[in-house]
Design a protein around this ligand. Structure first.
Ligand code: PEP
Ligand code: MN
Length: 355
C-alpha cells in the first residue's frame, strides 16, 4: 500500500499557516456553533470541526445531538463559506454526514481500535470521494493504525490523512494522552506521502499545553493541526479543560515558528555526523556489555547461582541514576535505560543457563 496523495486536496487554505481545523469538541446548540464558527472564520480558519456523535467513556455524559446538529454545520458552510467536518463511527453516520454535505470526515480513536467497525466504515465509503482522516487508536499500536488506514484506502478513498491524538496510558502525568512521537514519526517514515495532522487538544487535555504541542508538531514536520476551540470553553459540554477561545487559538497560531527543514545546513549535517559516530560507539559498548553479561551467566551456571541478584540490580540502578544526575541527565531517563539493558541482559543469561 502507498498513499498517493501529497495534500488532502482541500481548497482555499491560507498559505502562511499550516492546515488548521478548529471548532468545538461538540456541537451543543445552534448559537454555540454559529458563534464559534463566526469568530474562527474572522481569524482566517477555513475548516470547522464539531462532534455530532460523541463516543463517551461512560454513559451519562453528553453523547452529541446526532443528526439534528447537522443543519447547524450546514449553516456554517453556507453562511461563512467554511468547510465542515465531523466524526463518523458507523455507516449510518457516514450516510447522514454525506447527505448533509460534510466536506471531510474523521474517524475517532476508539473506532480506529476496532477492525470490525473500521471495515464497516470502509464498506460504507465505497464509491464515495471524500477526504478521510483517521485518528490513531487509543492504544499505541502502529499496525492497528495502519490497518485502519488500509481499510479506508482499500475502499477507494485516495484523499486520506492521519491524526495523531496521543495514546492512553496507565500513568497519566502531564498529558491526557501521551504523545509517543516516535509512533507518528514511524508512520511518516513508512508512508512519506500520508499527511499527518496533530491534535494537541486531546494529547494535552489542558489549555496551556496546546501552544507547545502545536510548535512541537510543526518542528517535526506535521502537515497541520486540529484544535478544539469554543466560544465559551469553561462552559463546554465536553472536554472543557482543553478548549481555547478563537482569540487564543489565533494568538497561538500567530506565534508558531514554521521552520524550513527541507534544506539541511552544513552545521546540521556535521552535528548529525557526530551523533552517528556516538551511536556507533554506544552500540559497540552495548555489545561488549552483553558479552560480559553472558560470561557472568556461565559463571553463575557453574556455581549453581540464580540469574537475578536483586541487591546487585538495585545497586546498579541507584548508582547509575546518581551518576547520570551528576552529569546533568534526567535520573528517570537513566533508570529507564538501565531497566531495558538489565531486561535484555537477563534474557541473554537465561538462554545460557537453560542451554
Ligand atoms: C474528538 O475529536 O472530540 C474526539 C472524541 O477525539 P478522540 O477520538 O481523539 O478521542
Ligand atoms: Mn474532544
Amino acid at each position: 500500500m502507498d498513499f498517493e496523495l501529497k495534500k488532502l486536496g482541500l481548497n482555499g487554505l491560507d498559505e502562511k499557516r499550516p492546515l488548521v481545523i478548529a471548532g468545538p469538541c461538540s456541537a451543543e446548540t445552534e448559537e454555540q456553533v454559529m458563534d464559534t464558527a463566526r469568530q474562527l472564520a474572522a481569524k482566517g480558519v477555513k475548516i470547522f470541526r464539531a462532534g455530532v456523535w460523541k463516543p463517551r467513556t461512560k454513559p451519562g455524559g453528553f453523547e452529541g445531538h446526532g443528526e439534528i446538529a447537522l443543519p447547524w454545520l450546514q449553516r456554517v458552510k453556507q453562511e461563512l463559506g467554511m468547510l465542515i467536518t465531523t466524526e463518523v463511527a458507523t455507516p449510518k453516520h457516514v450516510e447522514a454526514a454525506l447527505s448533509a454535505g460534510v466536506d471531510l470526515l474523521w474517524v475517532g480513536a476508539r473506532t480506529t481500535a476496532n477492525p470490525f467497525a473500521m471495515q464497516e466504515l470502509a464498506d460504507s465509503l465505497k464509491g464515495v470521494d471524500v477526504p478521510v482522516l483517521v485518528k490513531n487508536p487509543v492504544n499505541p499500536d502502529i499496525e492497528l493504525w495502519i490497518g485502519a488506514l488500509q481499510r479506508i484506502y482499500g475502499a477507494g478513498i485516495k484523499r486520506l490523512g492521519a491524526i495523531h491524538r496521543g495514546f492512553s496510558s496507565v500513568d497519566q502525568k502531564l498529558y491526557r494522552n501521551v504523545p509517543l512521537w516516535h509512533i507518528p514519526i514511524e508512520l511518516h517514515r513508512r508512508y512519506p506521502n500520508l499527511p499527518i495532522i496533530c491534535d494537541p487538544s486531546h494529547i494535552g487535555g489542558r489549555r496551556d499545553l496546546i501552544a507547545p504541542l502545536c510548535q512541537q508538531a510543526m518542528d517535526m514536520g506535521f502537515e497541520g493541526l486540529i484544535v478544539e476551540s469554543h466560544c465559551n470553553p469553561d462552559c463546554a459540554w465536553s472536554d472543557a479543560k482543553q478548549q481555547v477561545t478563537p482569540d487564543v487559538l489565533d494568538f497561538i497560531l500567530d506565534r508558531l515558528v514554521i521552520r524550513d527543514n527541507i534544506e539541511l545546513t552544513e552545521s546540521l549535517s556535521s552535528l548529525r555526523k557526530q551523533i552517528d559516530e556516538m551511536d556507533d560507539q554506544l552500540l559497540d559498548l552495548l555489545t561488549k556489555r552483553m558479552r560480559v553479561s553472558r560470561e557472568i551467566a556461565k559463571y553463575k551456571k557453574e556455581h549453581n547461582m540464580g540469574v537475578v541478584q536483586t541487591q546487585r540490580y538495585a545497586e546498579i540502578l541507584d548508582k547509575r541514576c546518581a551518576q547520570g544526575s551528576l552529569c546533568g541527565m534526567n535520573p528517570d531517563f537513566v533508570r529507564r535505560i538501565y531497566e531495558f539493558i538489565h531486561e535484555e541482559s537477563v534474557r541473554q543469561q537465561m538462554e545460557i543457563i537453560n542451554k
